[in-house]
Design a protein around this ligand. Structure first.
Ligand code: DX5
Ligand code: ZN
Length: 225
C-alpha cells in the first residue's frame, strides 16, 4: 500500500549530537544496528553558530567502524578551507550554509572535486531564493526547523512552507534533489514534514531519548508515522 511505499523512501539520519560522546563509536554501531539510514554529524565552530562540537579528526576515527553514509552538516564559517579535511575524513554528503561562503558555486565545486554529495542548508529565516538558481548543481537541501546550534529545541512549523516551495521547484525543473529536515523532529511532526515533501529526517533528541533510548523503536516510529 501507499504508506508502505512512502515509508520505504523515507531515510532517517540520527544526529550523534545527542549521543554519549564518551562512547561515540559504540553509539554509531548501535545506530547502524537500529536501522539508521545515514549518520548525521553536526559540525559547529562557535562562530557561525554559538556552540562547538567535533571536527574531522573525530569523523576519521569513526569512519572504519561503519559503512553507513556520513551526512556531515557543516555549521562553520568560512567553510571552503575545511572541505578537503572533511572529505578526507570520510564524509559522504557535505552540507554547508550559503551564508558561510562568499561564492556558493565555488564551494559546490570544491565538494564535487572530492567526489562527495553536495548539500546546502537553509536556516529558518533563510529564503529559498538563496539557492533557487543552484538547485541543478546540488544533491540535497537541508531545511533547518530550529536555529542551528543546539539539539533539543522546539520545531518551527513555519519552515514547512519552504519545503513545499522547494518540492515544487525541484519537480518543475525535473531534478533529483533530496529534501532533508533538521531540528525538533518528533513522533508528531514527522508526518507533516513528510507530507510537505521532506524525504530525509534528521533526529537527535527523539531518537536518543524517547522510549528510554530504544533507538530501533524510535527510528521505526519516525519512519512509519
Ligand atoms: C542543530 C543540529 C541538529 C540537531 C538536531 O543545529 O543541526 O542536527 O542535532 O537535534 P534535535 O533532533 O534534538 O533537534
Ligand atoms: Zn544538523
Amino acid at each position: 500500500n501507499i504508506s508502505k511505499i512512502m515509508s520505504n523512501i523515507i531515510k532517517i539520519s540520527p544526529s550523534i549530537l545527542s549521543a554519549d560522546f564518551s562512547k561515540l563509536g559504540t553509539e554509531v554501531i548501535s545506530l547502524e544496528k537500529a536501522g539508521a539510514d545515514y549518520i548525521h554529524i553536526d559540525v559547529m565552530d562557535g562562530h557561525f553558530v554559538p556552540n562547538l562540537t567535533i571536527g574531522p579528526e573525530v569523523i576519521k576515527k569513526l569512519r572504519p567502524i561503519t559503512s553507513k553514509v556520513f551526512d556531515v552538516h557543516l555549521m562553520i564559517k568560512p567553510v571552503d578551507n575545511f572541505i578537503k579535511d572533511f572529505a578526507d575524513a570520510g564524509a559522504d554528503i557535505i552540507t554547508f550554509h550559503p551564508e558561510a561562503t562568499p561564492d556558493i558555486l565555488k564551494t559546490i565545486k570544491l565538494i564535487k572535486k572530492e567526489n562527495k554529495k553536495v548539500g546546502v542548508s537553509l536556516k529558518p529565516k533563510s529564503d529559498v531564493k538563496l539557492i533557487e538558481n543552484i538547485l541543478s548543481e546540488i544533491d540535497l537541501v537541508l531545511i533547518m526547523s530550529v536555529e542551528p546550534g543546539f539539539g533539543g529545541q522546539k520545531f518551527m512549523p513555519e519552515v514547512l512552507d519552504k519545503i513545499k516551495i522547494l518540492k515544487k521547484l525541484i519537480a518543475e525543473k525535473n531534478l533529483n534533489v533530496d529534501i532533508e529536515i533538521d531540528g525538533g523532529i518528533n513522533f508528531e511532526n514527522c508526518s507533516e514534514a513528510k507530507k510537505a515533501g521532506a524525504n530525509i529526517l534528521v533526529s537527535g533528541s527523539t531518537v536518543f531519548k524517547e522510549n528510554k533510548g530504544d533507538l530501533k523503536k524510535n527510528i521505526e516510529i519516525l519512519r512509519n508515522n
